[in-house]
Design a binder for this molecule. Sequence first.
Ligand code: P53
Length: 486
Amino acid sequence: MTFSKDFYWGGAVAANQCEGAWNVDGRGMARTDVTTGGTVNTPRMVTFIDKDGQKQKLPNHGFKLPEGAHFAVFDDELYPNHDGIDFYHHYKEDIALLKEMGFKMFRLSISWSRIYPTGEETEPNQAGLDFYRNVFTELRNAGIEPLVSIWHFDTPLALEEKYGDWQDRKYIELYEKYVTTIFKEYKGLVKYWLTFNEINNTINFLPDDASDEAFQEAYQHLHYQFVASARAVQIGHAIDPDYQIGCMICGITYYPLTSDPEDILFNRYKWEKGIFYCGDVQCKGKYPTYAKRLWKEHNVELDITEQDLVELKNGTVDLYTFSYYMSQSITTHKNEDTVSGNMSFGVRNPYLTYSDWGWALDPQGLRYYLEVVYDRYELPLMVVENGLGAFDTVEEDGSIHDDYRIDYYRAHIKEMDKAIEEGIDLIGYTTWGCIDLVSAGTGEMRKRYGFIYVDKHDDGTGTMKRSKKDSFYWYKKVIESNGENL
Ligand code: P53
């Protein structure tokens, strides 16, 4: 095996999906607090009061708050993120379990609205700062390196209501204020930071037939986030030169379904738009040549200043991190054999099998992705999400035999091993939802990822009791043997 002795084995979660305590200790709301639960074929809905005072809801995916409307929580709806798995009150117990597995790294996110409840306060919320200090200290004491996502889909809701979803330059300075606070506050406790989780989702999951207006908003949203990210890198390095600050890309490996040159080109352009566009700006510090082509396709005209371009240049990231769950096959041909999931996941690849949520199981796709991005950026890499969302069955004696999850991880770790063997500088692996949590896409609990089971269910019931699945013992062995004992 090739894993270096200081390889960062671990797992990952996000604040809004695990913390719960949504309205505790001064926390402000985020979009997830007004988003209901869904399933693989029923969308999560966002609830709001329209300009005429009527209760309304619209699908979360592609959501935009109508003119004059206000986000609202309704008594007769269930909001799974409100309670999450109550990590807020269970973090000590949870970190003890991670330590028992031998974790070297734990990825988690800070909820912006715990620190600045509406985003616009001049002083941070002390209770929010204290919570994360306690968590990071607990991790340090357990010998676990924190990897902190600064933004994981949770812009303070008050900002979204006031300025649209990253549709105003104002966001850059508000994000700067937030990152300056946490970079100073946690100096010495945290070293690894990620500026925006899956930043590319904004463009990658926008359907090709969306309106020009939707593309305009998506590219503008991204531009403000790129500048905010670049400012964060500069601010972070000034506060602590040891800070390692990365980008975070939703890594999907795209394949052309056929050998038709149209499909080959379509696939190449999909990589550019969906994957490389964000990584190129964040790693190389400038917009790539093909950006002009992408903007022109949809008559996009962006608010980009000369100073923005200087910031992008001076704020390139130290490492490239990404999530990897699946590959997707795409084609320009009419093809009805699509894969159904909670969003469109392309056409069926006859060589692959699929999860219960329609995600292609493709470990080799991970190696393909690692090779492509290492060749392109030559930066240290981390796989900061990877995992299998699956139904788990609790046996009468309380045990959970999740061999399907073990098989999934084993196959992916083998591919990482090959990539390292080739010389790729892969320094860490944090599996997604190492402890069961609320699914981002569907809001379900029953789409489980964990080594640790949490007794929490989609109807809101459950004791929140934690228990160990078979994969818990397996992953412990993997870490103990540094990837030898798979
Ligand atoms: P869930 C779609 C495709 C790939 C990754 O996803 C995605 C999504 C959004 O649903 O998101 C990431 O929970 C994200 C996590 C999320 C995880 O993948 O839908 O960074 O917050 O939970 C898994 O099964």
